[in-house]
Ligand binder design. Sequence first.
Ligand code: NAD
Length: 340
Amino acid sequence: MFAIMEAARLEALHVAQDPATGLRAIIAIHSTKLGPALGGCRYLAYPDDVSALRDAVRLAQGMSYKAALAGLDQGGGKAVIIRPPHVENRGVLFEAFGRFIETLKGQYITAVDSGTSSADMDCIAQYTRHVTSTTSAGDPSPHTAMGVFAGIRATAQARLGSDDLEGLRVAVQGLGHVGYALAEQLHAAGAELLVSDLDAGQVRLAVEQFGAQPVAPEALLSTPCDILAPCGLGGVLNAQTVGQLHCAAVAGAANTQLASVEIADELEARGILYAPDYVINSGGLIYVALKHRGEELPAITAHLSRIGIRLTEIFAHAQADKRSPARVADYLAERLLYGT
Ligand code: NAD
């Protein structure tokens, strides 16, 4: 356990179990240097406890990097609730999780993530105020999509010489909360959409509403396009897929798109510009962080628009140093977090 913590430079790990409700939860606090640790809560089945621990630690570290480069006074954390095979009462399980968060006295603030909903956050909110993305706070996904859209424009400018998306072929993998809202904005900006999702209904909707061209999920990554926007699960850019890409740039919402940072070097070598995932998809985090502090929408939107500016800086830095944007983003985040 300590080796895992040390490798990620994790500040603290908190674990709770409550047989009465079935709660088995891990809260990983990566860093509180820039502020209280903020990050979502996953509710998933894991093959074993170590997998759950690794997931929480890895994601908490990612949140620190994301918050730092988003210019937030916020640290990074993540929670994992191990989903039991059967749960009697989901509400009381999340209420117990709320009591667990409260014991940390504001060091960790939770939010919606894979497997959790605003209704779950409402249950947590009965026992702690250190919770965001409740029903009243609203869904962060549209704000993530807004940030990704700004990031795609910055990426197009850097790689193709113009941020005008009219006629640009954008392949969107995953039409969920973020991907669908992104597709809507891309369509409004005149982009030509190629879309895939495991859910045929979502694809049908995008075809009807945006004139999108459907692509089979297994064919999307190798489909010729200007910009590939991964908006499904993580790990899509790996040793098997990197050689198949036929795009000028990758810019999408999915977390942890790269199987490893070396994949970013391969993209760079192939002339494919990569928008670091945790920079381009930070809109949701910006929204929940600022909303939690009581900021109004205009201030939040203004902060969101800086995602494009930040990416432009990273691309310029990467070009000057002949390094991949992913490595530059890590370097900039680590300088803020560790001063190195
Ligand atoms: P979601 O679950 O609503 O949507 C994901 C969609 O991707 C689903 O419709 C699913 O069917 C589809 N999908 C999964 N694998 C696929 C594949 N191989 N091919 C095609 N489609 C596939 O999730 P979301 O909230 O839209 O988030 C999408 C991604 O963005 C995730 O990686 C998430 O971690 C990341 N992200 C989301 C937010 C947010 O605000 N929701 C913020 C930051 C990052």
